[in-house]
Design a protein around this ligand. Sequence first.
Ligand code: CTP
Ligand code: MG
Length: 377
Amino acid sequence: MKDKVSVIICAAGKGERAGFKKNKLLAPLYGAPALWHTLKKFDIPEIDEVIVTASEVDFEEVCALCAPLGYKVVLGGKTRTESVKKALAEVTGEIVLIHDGARPFVSKKLILSCVDGVKKFGSAVCAVKLTDTAVCARLGYITERLDREATFRVQTPQGFFTEDIRRAYELAGKNVYTDDSAVYGEFIEPARIIDGEESNIKLTFKSDFLRELPPLPVGGLTGFGVDVHAFGKKQNFVMLCGVRVPCDGGLVAHSDGDVALHAVMDACLSAAGLLDIGHYFPDSDPALKGADSGKLLEKVVALIGEKGLKVARLSVTIQAEKPRLAPHIDKMAARLACLTGADEKNIAVAAGTNEGLGFVGEELGICVYAVATLNEA
Ligand code: CTP
Ligand code: MG
């Protein structure tokens, strides 16, 4: 049977060194509290349970961030050691990763390699080699040179079998340690290090929030798509977002002319860094004559799936003087959810006329804009 994996996220500090008026973890980073980004990183199927430590002053705010993700929040202690000990009491998984809320740049790859490391070595502590020469100095003078090859900066996550690290913390009593590997090393055995990531920095000072930070798109990867089709087909409907909408004329196209799905496909392909739909579905291809654009979108979803991505959000705006679209909007969102696998509540479809202006206003055609946000699948 698969080991259950729990995660403890330490967020019960004061974050004083950063000099904000509140805990640094609740200060904004890319438009959301820094802690939010850390929490989101563990919202993956491989993690079964997340427990977050919070101080009394921040408790409510941390609970509000954790609620949509279904994470448990426990009251922390005066020191990180005390906070972790309290959280360990709540852990139900066989494996536990302990991570600083102040490290929002941890990657999914690192999280998974930490879990694998525990299974292989019994413990897994993310660490990176020093690039500078390291020395010890006392009273301003170098007293010792450290072997750079054997000197590491230790990060989190740090993973252990729960029963081992729990025992170590019990034995630690009231002693204070700077990290979990120190507790484990003192009472169980030397902890095993695995490769950390240079980008997995800990937000400590205000300057860490201001300097050029590693890319961390709030909602994933974003792409934009636009398409236009002209009226001119003798037909009493148009296809929009996979929905047949009655109309006094049809759109001219090689495929079924679903101008909205074409814009959505381009938005998804662009977000994934792929080429446009013309490349994958050329209108010179006789096999695509009258093609169901819904089927093409499913192929696009498969293509982005091969890159480890899935559709998280869609925002679609249709500009059309005719037909009247309001009664069909909900159906369109439901159809997009079905075709892309995205949650319907994350799909927005809007429609408007062009106030009689331009080719849309003159009822010569329909124009659709789409923005797609992709996340890791
Ligand atoms: N932490 C905790 N409980 C404590 C102290 C710290 O859970 N009593 C957490 C912090 O919230 C942080 C992590 O441990 O995510 C690492 O600690 P550090 O970076 O030192 O954060 P703070 O102690 O909050 O910051 P400072 O030392 O600047 O006040
Ligand atoms: Mg501290």
